[in-house]
Design a protein around this ligand. Structure first.
Ligand code: SF4
Length: 87
């Protein structure tokens, strides 16, 4: 079985776009870097930057107010800013 990050969380209902995520190739661990682990976060974001479903992923995370991890090339702080309408 593939180990795309979104399929590893039992709280998440898989959606069709998830089958096209670039993280299908990498597994999910790096998308939840430890606090302060900038290097791992940047590796995850670089994968997202080349992902065909980046926009869908970000929309999904914003709609669900995902508090943890890298989604659609954003971290938690960046998503909070987007939701607040801040640049
Ligand atoms: S944007 Fe990133 S986390 Fe989202 S599906 Fe693509 S690779 Fe995975």
């Amino acid at each position: 079985m593939t180990s795309m990050r979104v399929y590893t969380d039992s709280n998440i209902t898989p959606e069709p776009w998830m089958a096209y995520g670039a993280c299908l190739e990498t597994g999910g661990e790096i998308f939840f870097p430890a606090v302060g682990d900038v290097e791992t976060a940047e590796r995850a974001r670089a994968i997202c930057d080349g992902c065909d479903v980046r926009n869908q992923c970000l929309t999904y995370a914003l709609e669900r107010r995902e508090k943890y991890g890298i989604w659609g090339s954003t971290n938690e702080r960046q998503r909070r800013r987007i939701l607040k309408g801040q640049p």
